[in-house]
Design a protein around this ligand. Structure first.
Ligand SMILES: Cc1ncc(COP(=O)(O)O)c(C=O)c1O
Length: 379
């Protein structure tokens, strides 16, 4: 009988995949969920088993707004939140409603490779905009605007996947100004915003959402609780929320995941979510340091800037073909993601994305040792 997979992860035993962007199984909060689910079932509110309100369960949106208000320091209006089945589903819905095949969008170069896949599903033409240490280069974006008008600019402004970089505040302000002037959307994928391990990042784009029609902030519980929940949210101007909630998808199926929302609401209200985030910050900070120390010790030629949050190191290995590395390093039982995956132009050939979210400190060092062994083997 063929075995049918349960998760997206398929690794041979003993293999260390340093490219893996999924959270460690040990960090998935089963206990917290269990407690919240018990409370939920004891309350027995059958409304959450009904087709839900189009923009998402109102009680959940209120609890989430309170949480975001406390975390961000300014009042979030629950009416400007829209519940999704994760960031990917939000991006897909935005593409469905705001674009047609053949439309142009702008994206950072490099960018999250699975978002690039999703844009390809919608037949969108991606114009890459270069980045530097302060994130998306706004001057370069402004130059491209003279040639083509994008439907939206897709940015991962904070602790970007894969580069780990964060867009500076002046550039955020300038991007919003350009979006208003040229009337394109800024789709800000902010899934790593709260996973900071050093300096706090600038305010999220979500902070612009109440006043600026062109800003759509996409967020998720995948990185701060568990991807299997398939739960996230959009924070945007009332006009955008109305458009999303008024789509055929929501009309037919009702709001997304009312059942899961009700259980997660318990974790938001009890303080469990905040505790989980605090725990993740400590754990990931340790792992980040371990990966940094291992790279500096074992592969001193590796060039990278130390990320201040998120999941990833974006490492340049001068003179190394990362695609070949990915294939051949398999024999050394170690995996990476090659830079070209994250390029909409097949560039970034000597970059690799390494992550510190899936493995503990010992495995991270062991993975780096295997990588060094491969690099020194001359294969
Ligand atoms: C930048 C970015 N956006 C979206 C996702 C996927 O989020 P979700 O699980 O909420 O669909 C990821 C996951 O790796 C990501 O890194």
């Amino acid at each position: 009988m063929t075995t049918l997979p349960v998760t997206q992860i398929s690794l041979p035993p003993g293999f260390i995949d340093l490219g893996m962007g999924n959270p460690d199984f040990d960090l998935l909060p089963m206990e917290l969920l269990h407690r919240s689910a018990e409370t939920y079932f004891a309350a027995g509110d059958r409304r959450t088993l009904q087709y839900g309100a189009e923009a998402g369960d109102g009680n959940f949106r209120r609890a989430l707004a309170d949480f975001l208000s406390a975390a961000g320091g300014s009042r979030v209006d629950p009416g400007l939140l829209f519940v999704t089945a994760g960031a990917s589903s939000a991006l897909d819905l935005i593409c469905s409603l705001y674009t047609r095949p053949g439309d142009v969008i702008f994206a950072e170069e490099p960018s999250y490779f699975l978002a690039l896949r999703l844009f390809a599903d919608h037949g969108l033409r991606v114009i890459p905009i270069p980045m530097d240490e302060d994130g998306l280069q706004i001057d370069a974006l402004e130059e491209r605007l003279a040639e083509s008008r994008p439907k939206f600019v897709y940015t991962i402004p904070t602790f970007q996947n894969p580069s780990g970089r964060t867009l500076s505040q002046p550039r955020r302000d300038k991007l919003v100004e350009l979006a208003q002037r040229h009337d394109f959307l800024v789709v800000a994928d902010e899934v790593y915003q709260s996973l900071h391990y050093g300096q706090e990042p600038p305010q999220p784009f979500a902070a612009f959402a109440a006043d600026v029609e062109q800003v759509v902030s996409v967020n998720s519980f995948s990185k701060i609780l568990a991807p299997g929940l398939r739960l996230g949210w959009v924070q945007a101007h009332a006009k955008v929320i109305g458009r999303l909630a008024g789509s055929g998808l929501l009309d037919s199926g009702g709001g997304m995941n009312p059942f899961t929302s009700a259980i997660v609401r318990g974790m938001v209200e009890s303080g469990g979510l905040a505790e989980n985030i605090a725990h993740l910050r400590l754990e990931y900070a340790r792992r980040l340091q371990a990966l940094d120390a291992a790279l500096r010790w074992h592969i001193p030629a590796a060039e990278y800037s130390l990320p201040q949050g998120g999941f990833f190191f974006w490492v340049r290995l001068p003179g190394v073909d990362a695609g070949g590395l990915r294939r051949q390093a398999q024999a050394f039982e170690v995996g990476i993601r090659q830079g070209a995956l994250f390029s909409s132009r097949n560039g970034m050939q000597d970059y690799v994305r390494l992550s510190f979210c899936f493995y503990g400190e010992e495995d991270l060092e062991q993975g780096v040792i295997r990588l060094r062994n491969y690099l020194e083997s001359g294969v």
